[in-house]
Ligand binder design. Structure first.
Ligand code: FAD
Length: 144
């Protein structure tokens, strides 16, 4: 069984209100856990950034569904590659908002202080998601 990692960015549409977002989060957690998919979904009021990793057939199936979803548009595939190691193995689907970013991390990815996901490379996007996961981990640890 081949394992792949897929990363894309997209723009949120008007159809994606708070209720729709909640529905996406719920079906993602349910479906991804059943299919052995790990990853993260980062969203702010204008964009999505998602990394999916897991068995090739499962990732392809979910991505095909995602591309038909009218709650977002301008879906831009950044990377699709075979991998042996999961980057987000503890996350069935982690949800992150860029407002957890500190100034130093934000400056790594944006000169303006505002993230434009369409201006980032695949590697920058992957690193951005990893940085956010690490920030979230540190914040959770300091709240204990
Ligand atoms: P259901 O449980 O049948 O539906 C869940 C809810 O979503 C219901 O309220 C239903 O009315 C609504 N819904 C379902 N499809 C749509 C649609 N196309 N447009 C509007 N409302 C809809 N799904 C995953 O399984 N894993 C993911 O990682 C994932 N990531 C996503 C990322 C983004 C940015 C977006 C926009 C969607 C994502 N989705 C993801 C959702 C995916 O597009 C499908 O909606 C979902 O997989 C359907 O699963 P289900 O049949 O179990 O949903």
């Amino acid at each position: 069984m081949y394992m792949v990692r897929l990363t894309y960015v997209s723009s949120m549409t008007e159809a994606c209100d708070t209720e729709a977002l909640q529905a996406i989060l719920l079906s993602s957690q349910k479906n991804n856990a059943e299919l052995g998919i790990s990853g993260v979904l980062c969203y702010d009021p204008t964009f999505f950034m998602q990394c999916l990793e897991g068995p090739r057939d499962a990732v392809n199936e979910i991505y095909s569904r995602i591309t038909k979803d009218e709650r977002h548009k301008n879906i831009t595939l950044l990377e699709y590659e075979e991998t042996e190691k999961r980057l987000f193995e503890n996350w069935t689907m982690g949800f992150l908002r860029p407002d957890i970013l500190d100034k130093k991390t934000l400056e790594k990815y944006s000169a303006t202080g505002k993230i434009n996901p369409f201006a980032l490379s695949a590697e920058q996007t992957r690193n951005f998601l990893l940085d956010m996961v690490e920030l979230r981990r540190r914040q959770a640890a300091s709240n204990k």
